[in-house]
Design a protein around this ligand. Structure first.
Ligand code: PLP
Length: 352
């Protein structure tokens, strides 16, 4: 039986050209980019070429990008690296933030939840799009007033779910992170973007990445990421076209007169994501039943899967723990077809 995958916000299959880029790089460009011999210099050249290409796409300077192995790593480097200079002042954080942001903030002396922004706030962390609900968020308004009063204020944007699905703008932030495997890129490649002059210190020592992230660069993954970025505009257009497919799916499943609610339906959302509350039903049991029926879906953030804990991102929106345990997330790959989504809806109807 063929399987249908509706868990694109957890990870995506690499684009075929990405697979080829990674394969070739593993065969041809395996040298250490720090080595000074010709092989090493060729590897170094390939990395810098990839950096320039990605930087041009993001409209930032190449030297502002740091290659990391994952967005989780990038967020830890970023937040822990700001801590020595700023950690005694409060951080203001979106409460539905990914655990990859929340965990490194544990070192911070004070953390308040957005929309509250303390007047001596040192950093604001806001995801551009929620991995669970797909809701899009902007930076909180009026941060300039805080900046003038408090001095340095670093605005951090987590773009992991946004890029490749909706346009990403870095004009209103000072640092951002991106993950390769959420947009047809390879695992093992992610980006940290730092506006020059931030009060930031590296915490992984080593000569690589201009001493900002030690460790031999994963050249195949970095080249694969650049290849994926080349397809990002096309990917975003494909994702945009999914909004009508997603809306038809939501119209169908809410037309049966069962207690089904679409979380975030009234808000601007990622076009590929549908976060559904099946009130009174066990989300995990439904996810397993759908899995057995051939559909890969998620009970929320992949990082929560396997744990019975209700998702904090759903609780934050004011839902009860029982409701949070009744939520399934359906996230489509860019090439999802209407008939596949109809098959998913039919399976849900049979199983609820
Ligand atoms: N931030 C968001 C919004 C995410 O959805 C994820 C992955 O689920 C991450 C950060 C972590 O990304 P990575 O898997 O590259 O560590």
């Amino acid at each position: 039986m063929s399987r249908l995958y509706f868990d694109a916000n957890a990870t995506t299959p690499p684009h075929p050209e990405v697979v080829e880029t990674v394969r070739r790089a593993m065969v041809e460009d395996w040298a250490n980019p720090t080595s000074t011999h010709r092989e090493g210099q060729r590897a170094r050249f390939r990395i810098e070429e990839a950096r320039r290409e990605i930087a041009a796409f993001l409209k930032v300077a190449p030297g502002e990008l740091v290659f990391c192995a994952s967005a989780t790593e990038a967020l830890h480097l970023l937040i822990r690296g700001l801590h020595p200079a700023l950690g005694s002042r409060p951080a203001a954080v979106f409460p539905g933030e990914h655990s990859a942001c929340l965990n490194p903030l544990r070192d911070w002396l004070h953390v308040s939840w957005l929309p509250e922004v303390p007047e001596d706030c040192a950093t604001v962390v806001q995801m551009a799009a929620s991995n669970e609900t797909g809701i899009l968020y902007g930076m909180p308004p009026a941060l300039d007033a805080v900046r003038i009063k408090a001095g340095e204020l670093v605005r951090i944007k987590d773009c992991c779910q946004a890029w490749g699905k909706v346009p990403v703008d870095l004009a209103d932030c000072d640092a951002a992170v991106f993950s390769g495997h959420k947009m047809g890129g390879p695992r093992g490649a992610a980006l940290l973007w730092l506006r020059p002059g931030l009060p930031w210190e590296p915490i992984m020592e080593g000569p690589q990445e201009r001493r900002r992230r030690g460790g031999t660069e994963d050249l195949p993954a970095i080249l694969g990421l650049a290849t994926a970025v080349r397809h990002l505009t096309e990917r975003q257009a494909m994702n945009a076209a999914l909004a009508s497919v997603r809306d038809a799916f939501e119209a169908e499943i809410t037309s049966w007169g069962r207690d089904i609610e679409i979380i975030g339906q009234g808000s601007p959302r990622l076009p590929n994501t549908s976060c559904v509350l099946f009130r009174g039903r066990n989300g995990e049991a439904l996810q397993v039943a759908l899995d057995l029926a051939g559909f890969a879906v998620s009970t929320g953030s992949a990082c929560h899967s396997g744990a019975v804990k209700p998702s904090h991102a759903i609780l934050t929106l004011g839902y009860s723990s029982d409701d949070a345990r009744s939520v399934l997330r359906f996230s489509m790959l860019p090439d999802a077809r209407p008939d596949e989504v109809e098959a998913l809806a039919a399976a849900i109807r049979r199983l609820t």
